[in-house]
Design a protein around this ligand. Structure first.
Ligand SMILES: [Zn+2]
Length: 453
């Protein structure tokens, strides 16, 4: 990490005395040369390069080989250096603290003023967004927003007071995950990842992601769960009874009111809902929902396995595991592999899967690259299957692309085969608590209407 320049150092840089400016140029160039590479950093680098480049270009005379050969003045350098140092430190893994972080505090203020106050006073934009996200349950959902804000403030007040209190930095959260809630009520806390603390996705998405997680932490009977995320518009396909308890629908209201990525318009929504959505949209939403549940279970199992030995039955449907306390670490290791495979599957299904049709095809066409999969259906492929049966069938197709049957001698197989991974997602309801299982059944069955192609 590069030391943060103090006021005295910046004075020396401004007046170009004591070789301070020259020393910082060496530190900055050193940090720029050996940037680590991981999945968060890829997006982070793109984000901060955008933020940084105007300053960067102005300092180019000193910091890079500048064809124009102009050196930055001491004044220019002192002005730009703090941002450059902070940015490079972030790219090397430093994250700002959460307690007494003005940016983080600002997100909570925006949630209060621009989201919750609007919902409570019934501003036209809020009414419209609530209607789209919750349908006939809009009023019931609106009533939950002040409770979410109250919990948000309570968690914020606890932040920094202990290891599992309030909002806590979670260095181990996967790069695609912005935050993760633990527990409900008094003991709840929220882990916040590097992606969110670096605001890679911008204020609206960051604030909405926090609201999503906080909504999971309300006390008994008032907390939300995850049936469907915003990916592939799956959350818009929930019936109002399920939308009311689904976190992403609250998140969508926050995104709408904070001016983030626009949700569906009333006309688009009308096309998607009420039996008018295309079969492929329904199928994709159901695939996404099944994978989300399986992914959450994988993460929960992994976390639980670190705390106590898991009974072998907890992995039923996947593969046999050794039973007994002496195998605790082995089982945690296995679940880490399982979790990583689910990370890959959720990323593919939610963000990098395209479903299409081609009437000229005779059979299913599947094309995959390292990052994307496109599946094209021939006419009549769906036969008499329900959208959920099709979702299960296509999950197996996607899993086969990610973990193909190995035929090359010497190739390293994944911990779990595509059949095992797809099978787990396909029977995901059997691992749920009875309450969630009921709701899932309601969801899977609610999308069974004869769909238009
Ligand atoms: Zn969630």
């Amino acid at each position: 990490m590069i030391p943060i320049p103090t006021a005295a150092m910046l004075d020396a840089i401004r007046s170009r005395t004591g070789y301070v400016a020259e020393s910082y140029v060496k530190l900055v160039n050193g940090a720029r040369r050996d940037l680590p590479d991981d999945e968060v950093l890829k997006d982070l680098r793109a984000h901060w390069t955008k933020e940084l480049s105007p300053t960067w270009v102005r300092l180019a005379g000193d910091l890079t080989t500048n064809p124009a050969g102009r050196k930055a003045s001491g004044e220019e350098m002192a002005k730009g250096l703090p941002l450059i140092v902070e940015t490079l430190n972030r790219l090397h893994g430093w994250v700002p603290g959460i307690a007494r972080n003005p940016w983080f505090d600002g997100l909570i203020q925006r949630i209060e003023k621009e989201v919750v106050d609007q919902v409570v006073t019934g501003s036209p934009a809020a009414v419209e967004s609530l209607k789209r996200c919750f349908g006939t349950r809009a009023d019931k959902a609106a009533a939950r927003f002040p409770a979410i804000l109250g919990k948000f403030k309570a968690l914020h007040a606890q932040t920094g007071k202990g290891p599992a209190m309030g909002f806590v930095y979670g260095p181990d959260l996967p790069g695609t995950m912005r935050a993760l809630a633990h527990g409900q009520g008094e003991k709840a806390w929220v882990e916040v990842g590097r992606r969110l603390l670096n605001n890679v996705d911008g204020d609206a998405e960051s604030a909405a992601a926090l609201l999503h997680e906080v909504s999971h932490t309300l006390a008994q009977n008032y907390y939300t769960i995850d049936f469907a995320y915003r990916a592939v518009n799956a959350h818009y396909l929930l019936i109002p009874e399920l939308a009311e308890v689904n976190a992403a629908n609250y998140e969508q209201v926050a995104v709408d009111l904070l001016g983030g990525k626009p949700g569906l318009s009333a006309a688009e929504l009308d096309l998607l809902r009420g039996g008018k959505g295309t079969l492929l949209e329904q199928v994709h939403a159901l695939m996404s929902s099944r994978v989300i549940r399986a992914w959450i279970q994988a993460h929960n199992l992994y976390r639980d396995s670190k705390e106590k030995p898991l009974p072998s039955s907890s992995l039923s449907g996947l593969a046999a595991i050794p039973d007994g306390p002496e195998y605790k670490e082995v089982v945690t290791g296995l679940l880490d592999e399982f979790k990583k495979q689910m990370d890959l599957l959720i990323d593919r299904v939610n963000k990098h899967l395209t479903l299409g049709r081609d009437n000229a095809l005779l059979g299913l066409k599947v094309v995959s690259t390292a990052t994307d999969t496109a599946i094209t259906l021939p006419p009549g492929w769906e036969g008499g299957k329900t959208p959920d049966q099709l979702a299960v069938a296509l999950l197996e197709v996607v899993a086969n692309e990610l973990w193909p049957q190995i035929t090359t001698p010497g190739a390293i197989p994944p911990a779990y085969s595509s059949m095992q991974i797809a099978g787990y997602a396909s029977s995901v309801q059997i691992h749920e608590t009875p309450g969630v299982r009921e709701l899932l059944k309601l969801y899977f069955d609610s999308i069974t209407r004869p769909a238009k192609a």
